[in-house]
Design a protein around this ligand. Structure first.
Ligand code: NAP
Length: 290
């Protein structure tokens, strides 16, 4: 699509509008605080006086505001509902699965095609061949806008027609990120308490991260297949490793909340007889019981 509208010119929205301009699109922008549009106008963007005017200017509107409450405030503005008839709205504002479902229902009732997405990169990382963005929603709508959206991110993962898939997969990814963050922070505490160079821990973690990514790819296939026969790492090794982290942390007199949490899961897995299965069998401890 040669014309595109960007609603929301915060740090991410400004980057998105600039990338569309750099790729030669005819870009219309709108922001609640009008002053943020001036630098983009200098780069060739049309500045709309209202959100409704901005939506009317292009077939595709990309919305990127602070949260869904902000998005609702924009969409409730005078004339927006009518302007959306026959248009495509791509919501890249971070939100929950429930918010994505509600937004689809709202947009559909106004005759707009709707896709929901999650940006998994910082503004400075946008527009690269490997920039990760998750998208979900109607496949025909996705096919129509995919080329345009690739201006923003070369690595779009389209998750199919289930509208809340992008938001759910974003939560799943963030669960991994914050679990790893908790482990890293505890690791920094271990290094610090032993008088070691914490920056060197960062280098070591960075060095092993690609191979751990490949390991988790393998474990995800194990979970998907349901075959937990040991293929890479028996769960028992992790029972012993986490007990070692916990015991050594106690001995060092440092905080033990993080290893105690993981140790609890692994001890329960061991007690359930999962020690001789692949590590991914840990999911059996926390799955809802039938
Ligand atoms: P930001 O710089 O704080 O910008 C927030 C934007 O939301 C501004 O355009 C602001 O308008 C608008 N806004 C807030 N409340 C509003 C309301 N009630 N009505 C209308 N507009 C409202 O945020 P950002 O970093 O661009 O992030 C935008 C989205 O991208 C968020 O959902 C965030 O989770 C997601 N994201 C950001 C990053 C990142 O690193 N920045 C990374 C991944 C995803 P005003 O200018 O008028 O205040």
């Amino acid at each position: 699509m040669s014309t595109v509208t960007v609603l929301g010119l915060g740090t991410m929205g400004t980057t998105i509008a600039r990338l569309f301009l750099e790729r030669g699109r005819q870009v219309t922008v709108w922001n609640r605080s009008a002053d943020k549009a001036a630098p983009l106008a200098a780069l060739g963007a049309q500045v709309a006086a209202s959100a409704a005017d901005a939506i009317r200017a292009s077939d595709l509107a990309v919305m990127i505001v602070y949260d869904y409450a902000a998005a609702q405030a924009v969409l409730a503005a005078p004339g927006v509902s009518a302007a959306l008839q026959g248009k495509t709205l791509v919501q890249l504002t971070t939100g929950s699965p429930a918010e994505a479902r509600a937004a689809l229902a709202w947009a559909t009732a106004r005759g707009a095609a709707y896709l929901d997405g999650a940006i998994q990169a910082a503004p400075s990382q946008m527009g690269q061949p490997d920039t990760p963005v998750l998208l979900s929603g109607d496949p025909q709508t996705y096919a129509r806008v995919a080329d345009t959206l690739r201006d923003l991110a070369g690595n779009i993962t389209y998750l199919g027609s289930q509208i809340d898939a992008a938001a759910s997969m974003d939560l799943a990814t963030l669960s991994y990120v914050y679990g790893a963050t908790a482990g890293f922070i505890h690791g920094a505490l271990i290094a610090e308490s032993q008088g070691l160079d914490v920056a060197q821990l960062g280098n070591i973690v960075s060095g092993i991260s690609p191979s751990f990514g490949a390991f988790f790819q393998h474990e995800s296939k194990v979970i998907q297949s349901g075959d937990f026969t040991v293929s890479e790492s028996p769960l028992r090794i992790s029972v012993e490793a986490t007990r070692r982290i916990l015991d050594s942390s106690k001995a060092a007199g440092i905080n033990t909340e993080m290893p105690a949490f993981v140790d609890n899961w692994l001890q329960r897995a061991d007690a359930a007889g999962l020690g001789n299965q692949e590590l991914a069998a840990l999911i059996k401890v926390i799955r809802p019981r039938a």
